[in-house]
Write a protein that binds this ligand. Sequence first.
Ligand SMILES: CC(C)(COP(=O)(O)OP(=O)(O)OC[C@H]1O[C@@H](n2cnc3c(N)ncnc32)[C@H](O)[C@@H]1OP(=O)(O)O)[C@@H](O)C(=O)NCCC(=O)NCCS
Length: 187
Amino acid sequence: MPKSAATKMLDPAPILRRMTALDLEPVLEIEAGFTAPWSREMFLQELRQEEGTAASLVAEIGGRVVGYILWWFVADEVHIVNLAVHVGSRRRGLARRLLDEVFRRARTRGMAIATLEVRFHNTAAIQLYEGLDFRKVAIRKAYYADNGEDALVMLKVLETQAGPASEPGSAVSAPPAPDGSRGEAII
Ligand SMILES: CC(C)(COP(=O)(O)OP(=O)(O)OC[C@H]1O[C@@H](n2cnc3c(N)ncnc32)[C@H](O)[C@@H]1OP(=O)(O)O)[C@@H](O)C(=O)NCCC(=O)NCCS
């Protein structure tokens, strides 16, 4: 049987594994391309919290870290706090693969929803999330300190084997931004 297009794009398949401090060189190289990159200390702080509410994965291809995702478990919610793929490995389904793995783990822990904030003008990421059934639920005004850009809050109801988890009745109460969120509008 011919391979599906998605399978071909991920050939060789990435290895997904927990991020460790030893991964930070390639991770920081990827971050360096962004307008407001996370520092080494920010990553270390997340890694120190693992086993509790924070967790992470890297995607490795041919022994090289080409993507990563970090998230928090907060009550019945999985909140994505960072996601990136090396510019040379994009559009191969890696971000989707990382997110799917987080959703799988979240469902195993009985989480009902996934949430995240994304820059208002980050079209690539918004299309990625919409393709995974996230919907826009709120705007946090001037959320990003570097350029004052608004954040879109996006939410996905995690399907369980018994069907979708019950729809949350109110706007998501996502964790605060490191620089302090400055107002939220429901959309
Ligand atoms: C956003 C990002 C993580 C996507 O990673 P990726 O591995 O290239 O994404 P995928 O290959 O899994 O893409 C899945 C889908 O997302 C959408 N998508 C991804 N990149 C896109 C782009 N540049 N333009 C439009 N749609 C895009 C497409 O629908 C794509 O499916 P398709 O390739 O079948 O059309 C990557 O571009 C990145 O690291 N950007 C910088 C960091 C960032 O913005 N992180 C998100 C913070 S909220």
